[in-house]
Design a protein around this ligand. Sequence first.
Ligand code: ARG
Length: 710
Amino acid sequence: MILKRFLTLLPGLLLYFSLFADEGMWMLNNLTQENWKRMQELGLELSSEDLYCDSLPSLYKTVVQFNGGCTGITVSKKGLIFTNHHCGYDAIQSQSSIEQDYLKNGFIAHAFEEEIPIPNMYVLYPRGTINITQKVMHNLSPNLSEKEREIAIEQAIGRLQKQFNDSLPHYEVVINSYYGGNEYYANIYQRFSDIRLAFAPPSSVGKFGGETDNWMWPRHTGDFCVFRVYADEENKPANYQETNIPYQPDRFAPISLNGYENNSFVMAMGFPGHTDRYLSSWGIERKIESSNNPRIKVGSIKLDIWKDAMLNNDEIRIQYASKYALNSNYWKNSIGMNRGIEKLHVIERKQELENQFLHWMEQNPEKQAIYSNTLNLLRNGYIGSMEKVKAKTFLSEIFHGAEILEIAHYVHAAGFLRDHSERDTFFDEALAPILKDYNASLDEKVLTAMLGILKNNLPPPFLPSVFSEIDKKYKGNYVQYADDVFKETVLAHPDKLHAALLNPKKFMQIKKDRAYQLSRSVRRTLESIHDSLQADSYKIREGERLFIAGLREMEAGKNLPPDANFTLRLTYGSVGGYVPNDGAWYEYYTTTKGIFEKQDSINPEFNVQPEVMALLHQKNFGKYGNQKGDMNLNFLSNLDITGGNSGSPVFDAKGRLIGLAFDGNWEAISGDLLFENEVQKCIAVDIRYVLFMIDKWGNSQRLLDELQIQ
Ligand code: ARG
């Protein structure tokens, strides 16, 4: 077994679409016989209607898109939702202060009234999917340029969108493109926007291992938290009202305490955000050089500055906690992706596929007529845009890096509002929350560093025009420049900024504010790069659309899954460990033993609350324990997930909840570009650990009583 795994890792033996690959973020409405057969082989016991049927309360209706970037699962008839701690992290952070530090200490609502409404939070309940490809495409003339084609499609989508809005007024209908623009579907949702925090473990559990363990196995993280969906008295979606009542869903997911074994069937449903599995070898070269490398460079410096400040100041620790986690997550992902691309020979394997594609096309004149230009479009589009995209990444990383630039951008947006009362509301809703978690002197340090990075990495044509001024006056002394910016600017001072927004004269003066001008200069450069990329972008989009269409023809008879696009998907497979590197084997689950091994009271990432340590020491795991008297914390499977799947329910063969997916593994981060049959794993938190925390740490009988535990 292990030998086989090891051998198949050798390049050359790798086939793009391996026979037993369970790769696939499948659309539930497009599951084929092939999919069902494979799921049954692997152990699924549910019928197809149980899983997916628009007119029945099928299992898929228990899954929610959580707050625009994650997934959640409905677990009670009173609208209780489980998701990841890192998905609720921003909400928990926003409610935390030094006095009431829910990040550090966790949060337990002892009654409905104690559940905390989270402003702007929402969930989407999927209600069905309709194939509208024919409707979008039926009038397309074959001779259109890519640009004309896109415009025609946009217009068709606009018309359809309007029809949907009129015919389904209480639903949210989103039209999405699949297979690089070869297919279109309308996804129907119900949006609930009164969401309240019910329970969060301390970060020492929910984020155990911090950034060090992030994207890694073996893992020991209790990455869960609990929210509740509220509705009006008719059980309909409604904005927050104190009088709203817990939402009663048609169906919720039962929970199993029976766990899993090696090779047990598992499946997950969720909302994966973005994959690039059909990306060409040139696309990958550009990704390394123009996206990941600049992101890594900027991120390393910014994160170091933030981290230092967070360690030394509790207020900053709380203010920057969520931003830091988010930034660090992508930064580390970029590093891991570059590493994976190299070690797993991703470019070479893509080239192999491209050669196969060429070969297939050359044997068939009819296909050649359609696809002969495909690879040229991709090559020219990607290689031709390399430098520009690199500059764009540097600039946008820095635009979002020095926060003052982003604040200035919001102020710029406020300029488009009609009067001061609209600007007043805008301040409260958009700017005040940013400024609440903002530290100007920390940001001054970041700005200084960012300017240096731009100067050192951007060729002169890409440098924002403001640099000529700065360089003339300050002779490269960015410390001095940043100091002057921050001495002068009103943008970093909530009161002054608020007053300026309300007073037309003062508001006019903001345009002369140096922070504002700097931000405008960076933004304008970004815009002009963006415009100059148009031609390459059309080539790439046309090339990708054709490449995917061609590959689907080449692989005729196979259901090739579409890339992730934030719509509902199913992935199935089995529980199991893997070989991370030569001679090593990673077991498919972890236990509390690992917490004792990793616990480190002087390292904040590994310092578990004493009361949690005491609980684990007691080993009173009861029904949550495993057969060896310990308790499983996390487990692995070969489910195909990516960002956006966080919080996805992992179900057993009977459709019972056994875990929540929360991460991918280091060895296969490049898996978003090319799935890795041997080493790509989904890391999930065991639902028994979740319930143990709710029960023994939280003593939240009221929540446990709502669950259906089997
Ligand atoms: N890697 C996880 C994901 O992308 C996010 C984990 C967040 N935790 C953290 N330590 N930053 O879903």
